[in-house]
Design a protein around this ligand. Structure first.
Ligand code: ADP
Length: 559
């Protein structure tokens, strides 16, 4: 019975061993047994295949330290792990295949002991994760690349000047491309000048301001790179760069191990505006991806630098304009002050001259002789013109500084007085004067002196710019809550494109041709300023050779 039982047990054990063997033989993972001294003592076919050997015997004969582990420290680490923890979980190490190729494997193993607690061997499971690692690495690279490019973007947005942009970009690119040194140079072919915008980002402090500017010729050996880029090369990999032929300033900053350079153009609207140069030991330190990244960064940089340049130029212009404006304002106020002083000084003597001349002309100081009359009249007329001018100047400058007096005034009376005052002058000019004034118009509020000045100026312009035989019409009427005062003439008219400008101070329609009319171009400016001080508006319609109509509207005063 015992024997039968024993036999049964042996058969069962055999069956179980058979099943185990079959699992091991057919497993998709590599399975091994090993000892620290003998290396592998058993491996399954998957592991043999994973390592690229033809037979199990070859694998069992391997010296693990020399033939299997790419890095012997990995094996040491694995043994240490076992000693302290007995089991190794998901340890990633690099193994060498039969053909020398490297694979990355993930190891799980543990120590096996017999019933007496004696160490037998390690038993382990091996998974080839090379492909997965590669994908992961590629993904990580890709994410890092995106991150860095975004970092450059952010830095560019924050940067204030082309130089800051360049520094930020160099700092970022060195995280992606394994270069020893980097520099960014802008080129100005017209001025035959190159500017070292940034070198090596961190070595920045080593460069003096005046050392940033080089003539194109001084670029030495790199001029060759520039020439090739100018021919439209997408990038230049120069292996034989002669160190001694580089500009001294670059030589001093770039390390001696740098024997090759990758030059990538910065182009804006198809013109070469600079280049990005990365220094490497040998050109084979760079792969296609590195070159691609460098080009991407260079494209980004070109646009950003160009924009920053434009912005800088714009800012400079803005500051210049501001300074010019401030100076202009200062001159303006000096001029106003001067004019005010001069007119103040002119006023009293002029009033005296005019007064005495008028008394003389009236014959109050004795009858004038025939030949005296004309000159005296000229004195009267001219001194009147002069005091009018001084009056205009004083008013226009005074209106800027003094508040307007507010009196209720009758607009039709203002119009009628103006007609009366000018009747003689109109007559003398051989013109006809018509009045269409609605009587009893509601009052407006303001200053009589100022409103008279307005009518005076409009009427004297009408006389001045209308030739003999013409007609001048003065109108006054009510229009809703406003009254209108109008002076129309049948004179030379004003070209449409000048209509806006005649209200500017000192503006005269083609000054030279009309110089014969006299005046300084202040009248209408004064009209406009006075009218707007009264809360009203002045408009003009005109037709060349047919005449002009100036209309003023003033608000009727409440109460
Ligand atoms: P001034 O008469 O002293 O030159 P104004 O400011 O009164 O200055 O007028 C500005 C300019 O507008 C005049 O030089 C003239 O060319 C034009 N102008 C003004 N009024 C008339 C008008 N009634 N007919 C034609 N041109 C006029």
């Amino acid at each position: 019975v015992l024997e039968r039982k024993n036999k049964q047990a042996t058969t069962a054990l055999h069956a179980s061993e058979e099943r185990y063997r079959s699992i091991v033989e057919n497993a998709l993972e590599g399975i091994f047994r090993s000892t620290p001294t003998e290396g592998f003592i058993d491996v399954n076919p998957t592991l043999v295949q994973m390592l690229g050997y033809d037979s199990k015997e070859e694998v069992l004969a391997l010296n693990l330290e020399k033939d299997l582990y790419a890095d012997p420290q990995d094996q040491q680490y694995m043994l240490d792990q076992h000693r302290s923890k007995e089991a190794v979980r998901n340890l990633e190490v690099t193994w060498k295949k039969e053909n020398g190729e490297h694979i990355i494997v993930s190891l799980n193993s543990q120590a096996i002991y017999d019933a007496q607690g004696q160490f037998l061997f390690y038993e382990g499971l091996v998974q080839d994760v090379t492909e997965r690692k590669r994908t992961e690495d590629a993904l990580r690279d890709y994410v890092e690349r995106l991150e860095t490019l975004r970092g450059i973007d952010r830095a560019i947005i924050r940067a204030q000047s082309p130089r800051e942009i360049a520094q930020a970009a160099l700092r970022c690119i060195r995280r992606l491309v394994p270069c020893i040194g980097a520099c960014l140079v802008t080129l100005d072919f017209e001025a035959k000048q190159a500017t070292l915008l940034a070198i090596d980002a961190d070595g920045e402090s080593g460069i003096r301001e005046k050392d940033r500017y080089l003539s194109l010729e001084a670029l030495g050996d790199s001029a060759r790179v520039v020439e090739e880029l100018r021919q439209g090369e997408l990038c230049v990999l120069a292996n034989d760069l002669d160190h001694s032929q580089l500009p001294q300033r670059i030589q001093a900053l770039w390390t001696k191990e740098m024997h090759a350079v990758l030059g990538v153009p910065l182009t804006f609207q198809e013109t070469l505006i600079g280049f990005l140069a990365l220094g490497v030991e040998r050109t084979d330190a760079l792969n296609d991806t590195h070159v691609e990244i460098t080009q991407e960064v260079a494209d980004q940089l070109a646009v950003a630098i160009q924009n920053a340049r434009l912005l800088e130029a714009e800012r400079r212009r803005g500051a210049e304009l501001e300074a010019a404006l401030a100076r202009q304002e200062e001159l303006d106020s000096l001029k106003n002050e001067f004019i005010q002083n001069v007119s103040h000084e002119l006023r009293s003597p002029l009033a005296l001259i005019r007064g005495y001349a008028e008394i003389l002309a009236d014959g109050e100081l004795g009858e004038l002789q025939q030949e005296q009359q004309k000159p005296i009249k000229t004195i009267v007329r001219r001194s009147r013109m002069l005091s009018d001018l001084v009056e205009d100047i004083t008013l226009i400058l005074g209106a800027e500084t003094r508040p307007l007096e507010q009196m209720p005034l009758s607009p039709d009376e203002v119009a009628r007085t103006a007609v009366e005052d000018f009747r003689v002058a109109v007559d003398q000019a051989g013109l006809k004067l018509q009045a269409e004034i609605v009587p009893g118009l509601p009052p407006v509020s303001g200053s009589l002196t100022y409103l008279r000045r307005v009518m005076d100026n409009l009427l004297s312009n009408a006389i001045k710019f209308t030739s003999e035989g013409g007609t001048i019409t003065v109108r006054a009427w009510q229009e809703g809550k406003q009254v209108a005062l109008e002076v129309q003439d049948s004179g030379i008219g004003i070209p449409a494109e000048q209509l806006e400008r005649i209200f500017e101070r000192f503006y005269q329609v083609d000054g030279s041709a009309r110089r014969r009319y006299g005046g300084v171009g202040l009248g209408l400016a004064l009209v406009k300023e006075i009218v707007s001080l009264h809360g009203g508006q002045v408009t003009v319609t005109s037709q060349v050779d047919e005449g002009s109509t100036f209309t003023i509207t003033l608000p009727i005063c409440e109460g």
